[in-house]
Write a protein that binds this ligand. Structure first.
Ligand SMILES: Nc1nc2c(ncn2[C@@H]2O[C@H](COP(=O)(O)OP(=O)(O)OP(=O)(O)O)[C@@H](O)[C@H]2O)c(=O)[nH]1
Ligand SMILES: [Mg+2]
Length: 296
C-alpha cells in the first residue's frame, strides 16, 4: 500500500487526547520472538495505573494466545490467525503476513476504536516476528495511522542472545534496521534483566556504552571460536565495521536494563516517551518523586 495515499487521522479530524487536550505519545514495543514484549505491556500498564497514569494499550499480534493486559483494542477481534490459515490454506508464517496486511488495510477502523479515548500514553504490543513488523509496508501504514506523528519504539534485546558479543551485535544491527525502516525515535532495552547474573548484566551494559570494550570482546570471541584464526578475524572485522558505521551515524544502543518481573526500567520507558514528545506535564510534576524513587 502506498503510504502517501493514506488519509491520516488528524487530517480527518480524528484524534486521541490527553488530559490537557494534546495527543498522547505512542510507544510500539518491538523485539524478537519471546523477547518479553507482551509481558512488558502488562507490567507497564499495571505499574502506570498504580501511579495514576492513564495508559491505553493495543494488541497488534493476531497470533497471541493470551493477553494479560487490558487492551482498548485487540487485533484478534478483527483477524484471527487460525481463520486466516483455514480460509486461505496457509501455514502459520504465511498467515501472519496476510493477517498483518489485512489489519493494515483496516487501519482506519482500528483507529476508530481508539478515537476519542483520552489517555496519557498509548502502548502497542506487536507480533512476535520483528521482521514482519519492520519489513512489511503494511506496518509503516499502521505506524503512521496509529502513531499520529507521536510514535516511538521500545526495542527489546533478548537477554540470552545478548550474552555473547556477536549475539549482542546482531541485536544492535536488528534494532538499527527497525529504526531505519520505521524512522521512529528508538530506545533499546535489555529485557528480563532479572534473569542475568549481576556480572553478566554489567558486562552487557558496558558493551552498550563502550564500543572499544565490545570490539575487544568480539576479537576475543572470534579467536576462541575459530581454529582458523583468519576466518574468526574476518567475522569480527565485519561486526566492527558495522559498529563503526553505527557509531558514525550516532546510533548507540545506550542499553537500558528492564525487568517486567521486578518493575525495573519502566520509569525509563515512560521518561523516554516524555523526553521525545513532551507532554504529561501534570503527571510528571505530580509523580516525579515516585518515579525517581522507582528508578533507584
Ligand atoms: N524472568 C522474567 N521473565 C520474563 C520477563 N518478561 C517476560 N518474561 C517471560 O518470557 C516469556 C516470553 O514473554 P512474552 O511477553 O510472551 O514475550 P513476547 O515478546 O510477547 O513473545 P511473542 O509475542 O511470542 O514474540 C514468558 O514466559 C514470560 O513470562 C521478565 O522481565 N523477567
Ligand atoms: Mg507477545
Amino acid at each position: 500500500m502506498d503510504s502517501r495515499m493514506v488519509e491520516l487521522p488528524h487530517l480527518l479530524g480524528l484524534s486521541m487526547s490527553n488530559q490537557d487536550g494534546t495527543t498522547p505519545p505512542v510507544i510500539f514495543v518491538v523485539g524478537t520472538a519471546g523477547a518479553g514484549k507482551s509481558t512488558l505491556v502488562t507490567a507497564f500498564q499495571r505499574w502506570s495505573r498504580f501511579l495514576q497514569i492513564d495508559v491505553l494499550t493495543i494488541n497488534l499480534d493476531p497470533g497471541a494466545e493470551r493477553v494479560h493486559y487490558d487492551p482498548e483494542f485487540d487485533v484478534r477481534d478483527l483477524v484471527s490467525l487460525s481463520d486466516v490459515m483455514d480460509e486461505y490454506d496457509l501455514g502459520p508464517n504465511g498467515a501472519q503476513i496476510l493477517a498483518a496486511d489485512l489489519v493494515a488495510a483496516q487501519a482506519l477502523d482500528v483507529f476508530d476504536e481508539i478515537d476519542g479515548l483520552s489517555g496519557d500514553i498509548l502502548v502497542i504490543d506487536t507480533p512476535g516476528q520483528v521482521e514482519l513488523f519492520a519489513f512489511r509496508e503494511a506496518s509503516s501504514h499502521l505506524v503512521e495511522v496509529l502513531g499520529q506523528g507521536r510514535a516511538c519504539l521500545a526495542f527489546l534485546f533478548d537477554p540470552m542472545l545478548s550474552q555473547t558479543p556477536s549475539g549482542f551485535v546482531s541485536q544492535m544491527l536488528l534494532s538499527s534496521i527497525v529504526h531505519f525502516r520505521l524512522g521512529l525515535p528508538t530506545a533499546n532495552f535489555l529485557s528480563k534483566a532479572d534473569l542475568l547474573d549481576p556480572e553478566v548484566l554489567s558486562r552487557i551494559l558496558e558493551w552498550g556504552d563502550n564500543l572499544d570494550v565490545l570490539e575487544a570482546a568480539l576479537y576475543e570471541e572470534s579467536a576462541a571460536e575459530s581454529m582458523d584464526h583468519t576466518k574468526g578475524t574476518a567475522r569480527a572485522e565485519f561486526a566492527i565495521g558495522q559498529l563503526r558505521m553505527m557509531q558514525h551515524a550516532a546510533i548507540q544502543p545506550g542499553l537500558i536494563p528492564l525487568s517486567s518481573e521486578e518493575e525495573e526500567g519502566l520509569a525509563d520507558m515512560l521518561t523516554f516517551a516524555q523526553t521525545v514528545f513532551g507532554g504529561m506535564a501534570d503527571i510528571r510534576d505530580g509523580f516525579a518523586g515516585d518515579i525517581e524513587h522507582e528508578r533507584h
